[in-house]
Write a protein that binds this ligand. Structure first.
Ligand SMILES: Cc1cc2nc3c(=O)[nH]c(=O)nc-3n(C[C@H](O)[C@H](O)[C@H](O)COP(=O)(O)OP(=O)(O)OC[C@H]3O[C@@H](n4cnc5c(N)ncnc54)[C@H](O)[C@@H]3O)c2cc1C
Length: 415
């Protein structure tokens, strides 16, 4: 049986990670093919909060999560919750997650995240320039607001900790916050401000632009799922839904939350789960905010997108079931009404699947059997932010050249 198509590099998954890798590889002389059953850019990458969060060095598993665990996991109103039906299937992942919440592991994960996030803003500026998407990339900083004195105190500790890793952040009084965001209601605890942070004011539009440019410049895209991978003397053979086969010299698995089974086909067991996240959108004639504002204790961002406000966030552990939880959406609605009571009826809602690893570090790694299969998934809450550096690291893995940062920290062999 002959493979029907052949390519130098096959990329499995066309989210922000797969597309950015394709963009990087187009700058070489290799032929590149992208496979996705859906429209590229329509997965988790489409509906996120859009922040280029180079300050997001705090892993999800931390001593604070450990202390508040029962309330966080079993209270369905908490910003981090678990679907009861999924507890058994999640147990192995949760155990690993809890180990990562111990102080020494958290400190280590913070350092590893700080290393990979260090020049995210600069890399995004270059990417936006390359695809002529600069108008969608905004540089107004980002805010964490603290509703009361208690959350200010916790926030202050959190920000001091980040500053010790070199993150540029300043605390604002309620008055300083009011002058930056005059339409926000007064909050007792003030805010933290990350002055250098960027955001994309329409991730979906950015990725559509990127995909168009890639195909205009010769990217071969096929709409299908990869359902099988096998190694042969001549390379990797991928079987697609619909029966076609692709023969590739190298394969990059970048299928976000759906990557675990694909990595298994390549010989690796990776503890990948999903943290489900939601958004609501409100169409607006005039923006209410000048920059992304995180309601930090409520677990969501309010991001000004083009012609609308997107309220995105919260974490629900509970698998890839596509049914959205009405309760979670209602909680987001209540959350936004705390700040903007007049936003009664959302114009649209969305559920997306963050690809999550217990230590909050992505897997950017050759497979156990070599760099003929390379992994680029598990970016959790910061996949938009990390896309350009991930593409650079994947390029280094594929070409056996020196990566810009130490890859051991993101290895598939660390589990
Ligand atoms: C509510 C929310 C808010 C967020 N906010 C931010 C933020 O502000 N900043 C930030 O940096 N990150 C944020 N994130 C995280 C970010 O969105 C993700 O980390 C990122 O989108 C992951 O990108 P990806 O390309 O790995 O996955 P995806 O975008 O999900 O893409 C994976 C692709 O793989 C395809 N696929 C699946 N199975 C197969 C298969 N068998 N064969 C071929 N293709 C396959 C899918 O169809 C999909 O298109 C947020 C996430 C959520 C849910």
């Amino acid at each position: 049986m002959n493979p029907s198509i052949s390519t130098d590099v096959l990329i499995v998954g066309g989210g922000v990670i797969g597309l950015t890798i394709a963009h990087r590889l187009q700058q070489t002389n290799r032929s590149v093919m992208l496979i996705d059953p859906a429209e590229p850019g329509s997965g988790a990458s489409w509906g996120n909060a859009g922040t280029i969060a180079d300050y997001a060095i705090i892993p999800v598993a931390s001593p604070a999560v450990l202390r508040n665990l029962p309330a966080l996991l079993f209270n369905r109103n908490s910003p981090l919750s678990i679907r009861k039906a999924a507890i058994l299937s999640l147990a192995p992942w949760l155990l690993r997650f809890l180990r990562q919440a111990l102080p020494a592991a958290t400190q280590r994960n913070m350092q590893v995240l700080a290393n990979i996030l260090a020049d995210a803003g600069q890399r995004w500026q270059e990417l936006a320039e390359h695809i002529q998407g600069q108008a969608l990339l905004k540089a107004n900083g980002c805010l964490y607001v603290y509703d009361d004195q208690r959350s200010f105190e916790l926030g202050w500790q959190d920000i001091s900790h980040r500053q010790s890793f070199g993150i540029d952040a300043e605390m604002l009084t309620p008055q300083q916050l009011a002058s930056l965001e005059p339409q926000l209601p007064p909050v007792e605890g003030g805010a933290a401000f990350f002055p250098n942070a960027l955001y994309i004011n329409d991730p979906g539009q950015f990725l559509t632009l990127m995909f168009k440019q890639l195909t205009d410049q010769g990217l071969h895209f096929q709409q299908a799922s990869v359902i099988g991978l096998s190694r042969h003397k001549s390379g990797i053979e991928a079987t697609l839904s619909g029966g076609n086969r692709v023969s590739a010299g190298q394969v990059v698995i970048a299928a976000g939350a759906y990557s675990r089974g694909l990595a298994r086909m390549a010989g690796d067991r990776i503890p990948l789960q999903t943290e489900r996240g939601y958004h609501l959108e409100f169409d607006l004639d005039q923006p209410l905010l000048g920059r992304p504002v995180s309601a930090s204790s409520r677990g969501f961002y309010m991001t000004p997108m083009q012609g609308r406000l997107r309220v995105a966030g919260t974490v629900e552990l509970g698998g890839l079931n596509p049914k959205a939880s009405r309760h979670r959406l209602d909680k987001l609605q209540q959350g936004i009404n705390y700040y903007f009571p007049h936003l009664k009826q959302a114009n649209r809602s969305w559920l997306g699947f963050r690809p999550s690893i217990p230590d909050s570090r992505p897997v950017i790694s050759a497979s156990k059997y070599g760099n003929d299969i390379v992994y680029a998934f598990g970016h959790g809450h910061i996949g938009m932010t990390l896309a350009p550096i991930t593409a650079e690291l994947v390029y280094a893995l594929l070409t056996s050249t020196t990566p810009p940062i130490d890859l051991n920290d993101y290895s598939a062999g660390r589990f």
